[in-house]
Design a protein around this ligand. Structure first.
Ligand code: UD1
Ligand code: UDP
Length: 351
């Protein structure tokens, strides 16, 4: 089978690594990078570290407002689909690259497979939620990481083509945890006792009051290391908050995946608004404080390892100082065999 995979943003490179490896054992894969993320430390670094094959196409779309960015991707991906005539288009997660890939394929009647189908935060203010809902409703294969995701789809009337596969981020984490342990990042940064933070969600970065409250809280904690997403750096500078944040927080450039796993594993707490980082914290057994009002990874909260605090200064500081999980974790996200399950489901399409 000829599978055309569309990726474009950092978490998608990580998700596609184990799946791509598995698919290429049996199938031909054409890899399309939309160019949504393009800085070396947001893109090429992951292809090198995770040994992802070089993209066959890089559309070089870059940054822009939602409509322009998604529209340019749609036009570019359509051309590639028409030229390559794949049997299936594979998309990951919930970014604009995900929606553009799925929509381009559906419009020219090529089946779509969605990895990370069925996730819902039930907050339509998030661009990611719109991307999730629309992508799921035009997908033919819905590859769900959790039982909750399957149930969310059922509630929306989607039952055909739904498969529970486990979460591919667990595969990636388990495959790279050993190499990550050898990373010298903690020694290089002189870290011993520290909290790790990431912030990049539009609802936090694009509202100066929220961004200021979050940064003040992280600064007051006094021991926070924050690999800074380029969006956040830009918005901190726009809001005149950058110099103060730099003085009070361990702001570092975005790090590679192996360094990130090492930083996560060594942290006493993780504070984040990232989807992937919430899950990694859970799998690694590090208490997580999520600076959002909602999460699509509800199991991490239900199991008592993640707490939602929004952008409230007091809530962030209090949770960072006191939150202590008491229950055992489960393997609700799978055991690292999701890529194989996904390849098996896709393989069945040939029969
Ligand atoms: C995107 C996804 C988000 C995901 C995140 C992962 C959408 C709507 N959002 O958000 O769901 O969690 O990726 O990291 O698809 N920039 C650079 N260099 C880069 C990339 C971005 O400087 O390589 C800056 C640009 O100023 C750009 C801004 O970051 O305008 C935002 O980038 P964009 O890709 O639009 O959204 P993200 O915030 O990265
Ligand atoms: N990540 C990374 N370096 C960083 C920050 C994050 O490698 O500096 C990894 C992180 O470990 C996780 C993924 O990127 O695997 C999460 O991506 P991100 O937070 O950008 O997006 P989201 O998951 O929120 O869509």
């Amino acid at each position: 089978m000829k599978i055309l995979t569309v990726v474009g943003a950092r978490p998608q490179f990580i998700k596609c690594a184990p799946v791509s490896r598995e698919l290429r054992k049996e199938h031909e894969e054409v890899l399309v990078h939309t160019g949504q993320h393009y800085d070396r430390e947001m893109s090429d670094l992951f292809f090198e570290e995770l040994k992802i094959p070089r993209p066959d196409y890089n559309l070089g779309i870059g940054s822009g407002p939602h409509g322009r960015q998604t529209g340019a991707m749609l036009a570019g991906i359509e051309e590639v689909i028409l030229a390559e005539e794949p049997d299936l288009v594979l998309v990951y997660g919930d970014t604009n690259s995900t929606l553009a890939g799925a929509l381009a394929a559906a419009k020219v009647h090529v089946p779509v497979a969605h990895v990370e189908a069925g996730l819902r935060s039930f907050d339509r203010q998030m661009p990611e939620e719109i991307n999730r809902v629309l992508t799921d409703h035009i997908s033919d294969l819905l590859l769900c990481p959790t039982e909750t995701a399957v149930e969310n789809l059922q509630r929306e009337g989607i039952t055909a083509g739904v498969h529970l596969t486990g979460d591919v981020m667990v595969d990636a984490l388990l495959q790279h945890a050993g190499v990550a342990r050898a990373s010298s990042v903690l020694a290089d940064l002189g870290l011993d006792q520290y909290r790790l933070a990431t912030v990049h969600r539009a609802e936090n970065t694009d509202d100066p009051a929220r961004l200021a409250a979050i940064m003040r809280a992280l600064g007051d904690l006094g021991d926070v290391v924050l690999p800074c997403h380029p969006r956040t750096e830009k918005m901190l500078k726009n809001a005149g908050l950058y110099e103060e944040a730099k003085r009070r927080i361990g702001l570092i450039p975005p790090v590679g995946y192996l360094e990130m796993l090492a930083l996560e594993s060594g942290a006493k707490t993780i504070l984040t608004d990232s989807g992937g980082v919430q899950k990694e914290a859970y799998v690694l057994g590090v208490p997580c404080i999520t600076m959002r009002e909602t999460t699509e990874w509800v199991e991490t909260v239900e199991d008592g390892w993640n707490v939602l605090v929004g952008s409230d200064y007091d809530a962030i500081v209090r949770a960072a100082r006191t939150f202590a999980p008491e229950r055992e974790r489960s393997d609700v996200f799978g055991k690292g065999e999701a890529a194989r399950a996904i390849a098996a489901v896709i393989g069945q399409m040939e029969d």
